[in-house]
Design a protein around this ligand. Structure first.
Ligand SMILES: Nc1ncnc2c1ncn2[C@@H]1O[C@H](COP(=O)(O)OP(=O)(O)OP(=O)(O)O)[C@@H](O)[C@H]1O
Ligand SMILES: [Mg+2]
Length: 288
């Protein structure tokens, strides 16, 4: 079932530099600006570190682009983002090639990323559900999905979504974990992080969290039959994260930044998993 496309700012957030493997050709405005900067003796490209992520070191903004170290998954990301561009999906950055330092280049999208501790309004939960659905619809049945249902983002968390001027999530970034898979894995994970949060558990009653879960799955347009499976999938995603965090904490070579992130993730996942397990029946009832 198709659902409405995610809200996107108008005009498109994607400025239109030419995309070509290995080359970045700036827009006219960008090019003009650069020449003027040169005349004044200013640096050619100013790199502004981007915060908001926990894993990747060296993510920077350069003009209207984002530069990110290339990694194993880069060639899949490249194919995926090119596919999304081809089918007119507006909720992801464009892949713009590889720069002279061997970094992936993406279009810079305006807005802010959220944190998992933010409280989310109903319109934000709704927009996130719709955005995820449009992503899944854009790759369902494609060669990239292979034998699987669709291509999953793999980390469709609020901190990997850009919130636009209306403060609604309108685009996904950070496709490092994207892979063919079962849409339910993405749905359960995003539903968890948008709807069940231990920083609100003390202040919000269970039925409010359950209602938000229902809102998320309805906004996604999830069929009734599959809504029954959301909590099971959510619990197993939580377990994956507990294991991942535990593994990171056991690695001697893990950076301090990763360790801090893993410790927080571990504590949070344990709390939220305990909450979901204790209230599983009530949450499942709401999703019927
Ligand atoms: N295309 C983009 N447009 C605008 N901002 C971006 C874009 N890509 C990345 N950013 C910014 O850079 C930050 C870090 O990027 P990214 O999420 O890719 O890093 P990460 O460390 O791999 O994240 P995570 O902790 O989710 O694994 C983001 O939180 C966001 O603020
Ligand atoms: Mg990220």
């Amino acid at each position: 079932m198709a659902v409405d496309g995610a809200k996107t700012p108008t005009p498109s957030p994607h400025r239109r530099p030419v995309c070509a493997v290995g080359h970045y050709v700036g827009s006219r405005r960008h090019g003009d600006g650069r020449r003027r900067s040169r005349a004044r003796g200013a640096p050619l490209a100013i790199e502004v570190p981007l915060s908001g992520g926990n894993i990747t070191n060296g993510v920077v903004r350069v003009g209207d682009t984002v530069r990110r170290p290339r990694r194993e998954s880069s060639s899949f990301i490249e194919r995926l983002l090119r596919h999304l561009e081809r089918v007119g999906f507006e909720g992801a950055p464009r892949w713009l090639g590889v720069d002279e330092q061997g970094r992936d280049m993406f279009s810079y999208l305006p807005g802010r990323v959220a944190t998992e501790d933010d409280p989310f309004s109903d319109p934000q939960v709704t927009a996130a559900g719709r955005l995820l659905r449009t992503l899944h619809d854009a790759t369902r049945g494609s060669a990239l999905a292979g034998e699987q249902e669709t291509v999953c983002h793999g980390d469709a968390a609020p901190h990997n979504m850009l919130f636009g001027r209306d403060d609604l999530p309108y685009a996904l970034i950070d496709f490092d974990l994207a892979a063919p898979g079962d849409a339910l894995d993405d749905i359960a994970y995003a539903a968890w992080l948008y709807c069940i949060n231990s920083s609100w558990l003390r202040s919000e009653p269970l039925d409010e969290q359950a209602r938000r879960l229902r809102l998320f799955t309805d906004s996604y347009g999830l069929e009734r039959r599959r809504r029954q499976q959301v909590i099971r999938a959510l619990i197993s995603r939580q377990l994956e994260f507990v294991r991942w965090a535990d593994q990171c904490l056991g690695q001697r070579q893990a950076s301090d930044r990763l360790r801090t992130h893993a410790a927080r993730t571990f504590a949070r996942c344990m709390r939220e998993r305990a909450f979901v397990l204790a209230n599983r029946a009530a949450l499942e009832r709401e999703l019927r």
